[in-house]
Design a protein around this ligand. Structure first.
Ligand code: 4NP
Length: 146
């Protein structure tokens, strides 16, 4: 199972999602591959936002080696599941998805909620985003472990 987590910039929410899914999968003994990407090109090659790194580090994650990249056509073949952080990201993915691709595209949050973009906010917004990311990751890992 290969999973790609997607947001807009690939520097705030999807790096957190990648880190949380990877750690929870390891803890559960679930063999999945996880990566993340952004629909936008603004931050290609950049590490995660320092506020996101700080909030994640406080919960024991080390996302410092991640670098932002943009979603590419091959991702729709390489990955089985593309998880969008919000409805806008999902709409972009649906537009980009080649007709013959078999990847499943859906929202990350199990109740179909948007994980709000914290980029123009501050630390509490990153904490809230990580809360929702961890909630979503737990739900997904539980489903995949069944
Ligand atoms: P992300 O947050 O999609 O969670 O990585 C954003 C980061 C950067 C921008 C927007 C959202 N930006 O417009 O540069």
């Amino acid at each position: 199972m290969r999973i790609l987590c997607i947001c807009l910039g690939n520097i705030c929410r999807s790096p957190m999602a990648e880190g949380a899914l990877r750690r929870m999968a390891e803890q559960t003994g679930l063999a999945i591959e996880v990566d993340s990407a952004g629909t936008g090109a603004y931050h290609i090659g950049n590490p995660p936002d320092p506020r996101g790194l700080e909030v994640a580090a406080a919960r024991g994650y080390d996302n410092t080696t991640q670098r932002a990249r943009q979603v590419e056509t091959a991702d729709f073949q390489t990955f089985d599941l593309l998880l969008a952080m919000d409805a806008s990201n999902l709409a972009t993915l649906r537009r980009l998805c080649p007709q013959n691709a078999e990847a499943e595209l859906r929202l990350f949050h199990p109740d179909g909620l948007d994980i709000p973009d914290p980029y123009y906010g501050d630390i509490p917004d990153y904490e809230h985003a990580l809360d929702m990311v961890e909630e979503s990751a737990r739900a997904l890992i539980a489903t995949l472990s069944r």
